[in-house]
Design a protein around this ligand. Structure first.
Ligand SMILES: [Zn+2]
Length: 307
């Protein structure tokens, strides 16, 4: 029942989808913080903490990229049983107690706390502490999410550029020097297989920052065309993408870095990515105006692939 005193080491930023690991801690977790997948009885799930993992967890603080699909298996010589990872979430511990997902009460730089990847398995899984296991991620699903996440970042930069004429006041610049519409207006970002859905708030606070909302709805076709022309150029250029990281611990800072024809873009990001925009095969967005609980919103659906 010893909880780890350091962060889980993660290998997914290095594009790993499998690897050996040691079970550091397990405990049954029950509660509303867990996503109900219909597979769990009232017995809860077994949270499994490993020393190192290739499995990308969802972060309750900014849940843009969801969990990897994976299995954890005991080495063949020790029986070879395997269990599905039903969910994989960022958790934290102060050495006394494990807090899962939204239940984490502190921020990531808090002294005395470790941030760990909690693999949630069926409650009946048998994984004594000290067991050597192999974690195997569904590589096809991962590749599709990586394409979607890279597409999302490229689209946000292209959207910022297309929206630049609408700013009347100085605002924070994005990684390529355009006014950062994405940062100023983002409400939610959801990474999907081969794409993403971003929702931006066109509210009073955005107007106050100096963004001109008037006429945007009628102008959406032109904005979409401008975004898509930028993206087509970038894909054609085959811009390389890499993940820079300060270290291999879960909370070490990581960045998406893309060498675009217009300069090198660097965005703080904890997700997974492809190695080049050329891998996407194509990239385009669809913009629609709408409303969410009385607030005008702009919805951007980004798709990697050919239209
Ligand atoms: Zn990201």
């Amino acid at each position: 029942m010893t909880l780890p005193v350091s962060d889980t080491l993660v290998t997914y930023p290095a594009a790993q989808t499998a690897g050996a690991a040691v079970v550091l801690h397990t405990e049954i977790v029950i509660g509303s913080q867990l996503i109900d997948d219909g597979q769990t009885s009232d017995g809860g799930k077994l949270a499994v903490l490993l020393d190192v993992t290739p499995c990308h967890p969802v972060d309750a603080g900014w849940p843009d990229q969801g969990p990897d699909r994976a299995v954890i298996r005991i080495l063949a010589a020790a029986g070879g049983q395997q269990w599905p990872v039903l969910d994989c979430v960022v958790a934290a511990t102060n050495g006394q107690k494990l807090f899962i997902g939204a239940a984490i009460p502190v921020s990531k730089d808090t002294e005395g706390w470790s941030f760990v990847v909690a693999h949630l398995l069926p409650a009946e899984a048998q994984l004594p502490e000290g067991t050597v296991v192999e974690v195997v991620v569904d590589a096809g699903h991962r590749a599709a999410l990586s394409a979607g996440h890279t597409a999302c970042h490229a689209a946000s930069l292209a959207l910022n550029r297309a929206m630049a004429p609408r700013w009347s006041k100085e605002t924070r610049a994005d990684a390529l020097g355009s006014p950062d519409f994405d940062a100023a207006a983002i409400a939610s970002s959801t990474i999907q297989e081969h794409g993403s859905v971003d929702v931006f708030r066109l509210n009073k606070s955005l107007r106050r920052k100096g963004f001109t909302v008037e006429g945007l709805t009628g102008d959406l076709a032109a904005v979409s065309a401008a975004v898509n022309a930028t993206l087509a150029n970038w894909v054609l250029a085959g811009s390389p993408v890499r993940i820079e990281r300060d270290g291999d611990a879960l909370t070490d800072r990581r960045y998406w870095v893309c060498s675009l024809p217009d300069g090198e873009a660097r965005i703080a990001c904890g997700g997974t990515h492809v190695a080049s925009l050329a891998e996407l095969g194509g990239l385009y967005v669809d913009l629609t105006a709408g409303e969410d609980q009385g607030t005008a919103v702009l919805r951007m659906v980004t798709t990697a692939g050919s239209p």
